[in-house]
Design a protein around this ligand. Structure first.
Ligand SMILES: *[C@@H]1O[C@H](CO)[C@@H](O)[C@H](O)[C@H]1NC(C)=O
Ligand SMILES: *[C@@H]1O[C@H](CO)[C@@H](O)[C@H](O)[C@H]1NC(C)=O
Ligand SMILES: *[C@@H]1O[C@H](CO)[C@@H](O)[C@H](O)[C@H]1NC(C)=O
Ligand SMILES: *[C@@H]1O[C@H](CO)[C@@H](O)[C@H](O)[C@H]1NC(C)=O
Ligand SMILES: *[C@@H]1O[C@H](CO)[C@@H](O)[C@H](O)[C@H]1NC(C)=O
Length: 646
């Protein structure tokens, strides 16, 4: 005994004298530390500093050893309570399994998620309580078995449980978990027990292979499995109608080319109109004298011809800045200050909301060469080069009549103050009753939609997985920023889709067409992509979570390389990327759905592709409540880069 005891305490001394980083803490020390913070640890009497924990001959109670190292702790039914010292467990480098089943531990779940190598975690039969944070499990990627049953846990089932790539067995029965069941896409999952909780909503289809005993004792659950019909969300008249221009955008390249051809044709027509208008303008200029105001400009009357409006308005402005209504300006403006005059001029010229690219006037836009870029659902969009060499995009917006001039001004100025590398800030606007012009800086790389589905063969753009991941991360950061800055909006972006993600140099993504929700009215509201989310089509409701859904669609679009049918109003083409990814995953065919272009080149990133796919699916859950929070999604997306340093 004595000779065994001596070297132990000599070693002990050595560890005390040397800085802790030099030697790892020996396992017996970690185990004794663990024991020290247990109360009523009489069952662990064999845990004695005078003996070695893991040898052929002696082995401390409850240890599972392999080659002299502790690989498992099985402290079942030992009447233990007190604290579980995670620091001590973290020193057991070989630890893969941890069980304290049927003891008397209580309080919040300990930070066992620091033990990222664990394959099995058994906490059943204690008095643990409280909520488990949604991403508690996100780093514990090796977990196969998780038992939390027979405790007093409350709150939602952590979303991260649904994402564990190797999860086989999950027992959560006899707790007080509430809310919806998150999505589980683990084809590996063999056993799940969620019975006797307070879960509500529909049993997700991804769990349909399990029989009803897994779900019983949750009065709020519904679904075929349980013979309880789920209340159908009311399909309501907000169901969207066809958008003529979007029906043109078909997913495959052939029809995309048609679409481009249509745009070009439109462009040619517009140039023609422009020329006609210019001629007319020249004539008018000769004819007209100063004070005359074009009828439709003064009355806010209808003119479907955008070019005409633009040509007429600057002319009036140039000629006499403060004339909008002759009568009123002559009577009331005379004595008042210049500010008033400027205010009225604002109605006819551009209002700069961000002058970082210089200051320009409507007249400058008219002088520049214009080129039609496209006809979006919200309006027409064209590129103009102004005299100082800045290239601008002018968007003519219909259906932006929700706000009066002052409120509109306030909203757009708020957008004009945004500054983020992944967000395109408007430069100026022009307000007219009938339509509004928005002026942005031109982003030369085109949109993500075109990058993904356009003519890739000819563009020669390499779009490997790291490049795609970078795009997703940039989008997520921009969206995060918008959610902070525009948090008062019902839906801060509201129109996130690949055609509204522009690409700067190096495929740097820049979000555009955001923050429009307060401005639009009528048909314009339905044109926002947030209004095609399930909650909008079924209940007419949107929320910040609607942006999360839109982000998820982009993620799936980027990974699959498919054009999402979600962008279309009718089922006329495209791929239902959500449905497709869900079913492929539950049948373990996930590799088939990744864009071959990325899987061929980057086999080593397959794990990250799959993880991103999961994130995409967690963002596109039908029910906003089970969708990831934006912050969580961003955190998960950012983590991919760290892990993906292959
Ligand atoms: C457990 O932790 C709490 C709070 O840190 C402390 O008050 C208590 O004394 C600890 N119990 C044991 C047995 O170490
Ligand atoms: C202490 O542990 C013993 C078994 O080791 C158990 O029988 C007893 O109930 C426990 N006491 C408490 C207060 O938990
Ligand atoms: C825990 O205790 C319960 C009740 O005594 C028993 O049914 C169950 O099998 C025990 N669990 C384990 C893993 O031993
Ligand atoms: C459900 O499946 C389990 C095995 O997975 C089986 O033991 C059990 O009897 C089944 N229950 C019902 C109600 O079919
Ligand atoms: C449809 O949704 C809208 C918007 O929330 C709501 O005003 C309307 O009452 C709903 N219609 C039905 C039939 O539920």
């Amino acid at each position: 005994m004595a000779d065994r005891w001596f070297p132990m305490s000599f070693l002990h001394l050595l560890f005390l004298l040397l800085p802790p980083s030099v030697f790892p803490v020996p396992e017996y020390e970690s185990l004794l530390l663990l024991k020290k913070h247990f109360t009523n640890a009489s069952a662990l009497n064999s845990w004695d500093p005078g003996s070695a924990p893991c040898t052929e001959r002696t082995q401390w109670t409850g240890l599972l050893c392999y080659n002299g190292a502790v690989i498992g702790l099985g402290l079942k039914g030992m009447g233990l309570s007190g604290n579980i010292t995670v620091e001590a467990l973290a020193e057991l480098k070989g630890l893969r399994s941890f069980s304290v089943v049927n003891n008397s531990f209580q309080g919040d779940i300990p930070e066992l998620n620091r033990l990222v190598e664990l394959k099995a975690l058994y906490l059943s039969g204690n008095r643990f309580s409280g909520e488990i944070p949604p991403h508690y499990f996100s780093k514990m990627v090796w977990l196969k078995k998780v038992w939390l049953s027979d405790n007093q846990f409350t709150g939602s089932i952590p979303l991260s449980l649904g994402q564990l790539p190797h999860l086989v067995e999950l027992r959560l029965e006899n707790n007080q978990f509430s809310g919806h069941i998150p999505a589980f896409y683990r084809p590996t999952l063999d056993y799940i027990d969620l019975s006797n909780n307070e879960l509500t909503g529909e049993v997700p289809t991804s769990l349909s292979k399990f029989n009803s005993s897994s779900f019983e004792g949750n009065p709020g659950l519904c679904g075929k499995k349980l013979d309880v019909e789920c209340a159908k969300p009311v399909e309501n008249s907000t169901k969207l109608k066809t958008d003529p221009d979007e029906a043109v955008i078909k997913p495959n390249k052939k029809s995309f080319k048609k679409y481009l051809a249509a745009i070009i044709l439109l462009g040619v027509m517009l140039v023609a109109v422009l020329i006609l208008a210019a001629i007319r303008w020249m004539r008018n200029k000769k004819k007209d004298t100063n004070a005359q105001v074009p009828a439709h400009a003064a009355a806010g009357g209808s003119s479907d011809d955008p070019i005409e409006v633009q040509v007429m308005v600057p002319k009036v402005k140039e000629v006499e800045p403060s004339r909008k209504s002759n009568a009123s300006s002559s009577s009331s403006c005379r004595g008042s200050n210049t500010q008033k005059a400027r205010g009225s001029a604002a109605g006819v010229d551009l209002v700069m909301v961000n002058d970082e690219k210089g200051v320009f006037k409507l007249a400058d836009l008219m002088k520049g060469a214009a080129e039609v870029l496209g006809n979006g659902r919200l309006g027409l969009c064209y590129k103009v080069m102004v005299t100082n060499g800045v290239r601008l995009v002018v968007k003519k917006m219909k259906d932006m009549s929700a706000l009066g001039k002052d409120d509109f001004d306030r909203e757009v100025r708020r957008l004009g103050k945004l500054r983020h590398p992944n967000v395109l800030t408007p430069l100026a606007y022009h307000y007219r009753t009938e339509e509004k012009l928005f002026v942005y800086e031109y982003v030369p790389g085109g949109s993500l939609l075109y990058l993904l589905h356009g003519d890739r063969d000819s563009s020669n753009v390499e779009l490997d997985f790291p490049a795609r991941l970078k795009i997703v991360q940039g989008i997520a950061r921009g969206l995060d920023y918008l959610h902070m800055e525009l948090s008062s909006l019902e839906v801060p972006h509201g129109n996130l889709k690949s055609s509204n993600v522009l690409l700067g140099p190096d495929n740097h993504p820049i979000l555009s067409d955001y923050g429009y929700r307060p401005l639009v009215k009528g048909e314009g509201v339905k044109a926002l992509f947030a209004y095609k989310t399930p909650e909008a089509t079924q209940q007419g409701k949107v929320s910040p979570k609607s942006d999360v859904y839109c982000l998820g669609i982009i993620i799936l679009e980027i990974l699959t390389g498919k054009f999402p049918s979600q962008y279309l109003s009718h089922e006329e083409g495209g791929t239902d990327v959500v449905q497709w990814a869900e079913s492929a995953l539950s049948e373990r065919r996930q590799h088939e759905l990744l864009d071959p272009e990325i899987t061929d080149a980057q086999n080593s990133s397959l794990g990250n592709m799959e993880r991103l796919l999961h994130i995409g699916l967690l963002c596109t859950q039908t029910c906003p409540g089970t969708r990831l929070e934006l912050k969580t999604a961003i955190k998960m997306i950012d983590e991919l880069q760290v892990e993906g340093g292959q």
